[in-house]
Each structure stands twice: as C-alpha cells, then as structure tokens.
Design a protein around this ligand. Structure first.
Ligand SMILES: [Fe+2]
Length: 105
C-alpha cells in the first residue's frame, strides 16, 4: 500500500469520506497552480508564458472550489484540522523525495 493510500481516511460518514477526497483534489490543484505559476514566469516564449498563466488561474479556481466544497459537505473546523494534516503529510512525502533536474515534482 502506498503512503497516500495509507494516509487517506476511509472510515467515517459519507460526508467525511467525500471531504477527504475533496481535500486530496484541492492539494493536487493547488500544486498544479504553483507549477503553472513557475512556468508562466520562467518560460522564454511569451505565448507559452501567457498560456501557463491562464492555466495557473484555472488551477487556482479548482483548488478553491475543492476546498470550499470540502468545507460545505463536512464540518468546516474538522476540514481545517484535516487540511493541516494533509499539508504535513505532503511535506513529509516531499522531504523524502530525491531532487531531480528533469522533473518539476
Ligand atoms: Fe485543475
């Protein structure tokens, strides 16, 4: 079983489970937003920079949608607490990765 599969909570109410997957998606969207932000600033081609900028905006919207949905379908305070756990889990995973120049993540 992967670390992610072990981390995702599978028990609890249907709303709790849904909020778990909404937070997972929020995290994916937030990181996609950050990657596109970097690309929108660093790529030499102006058209590509503009394209990546638009993608960054789109991904930011997706992040907001997912995290707001999680707060809406489940207890907002529990979502905030669990969101912090998600971020700590992500940080732990990232700390264990080998930095490679041929990939962004
Ligand atoms: Fe997205």
């Amino acid at each position: 079983m992967t670390a992610l599969a072990s981390f995702v909570r599978k028990g609890g109410s249907r709303a709790a489970q849904l909020s778990e997957y909404l937070m997972l998606n929020a995290l994916i969207e937030a990181r996609s937003c950050e990657r596109f932000k970097l690309l929108s600033k660093e790529v030499a081609d102006a058209d590509l920079r503009s394209f990546y900028y638009e993608l960054m905006i789109s991904e930011a919207g997706h992040y907001v949608n997912f995290i707001q949905l999680a707060r809406k379908v489940y207890d907002a305070e529990r979502v905030e607490k669990r969101w912090k756990e998600w971020l700590a889990f992500e940080a732990e995973v990232i700390a264990g990765l080998t930095v490679r120049g041929d990939r962004m993540h």
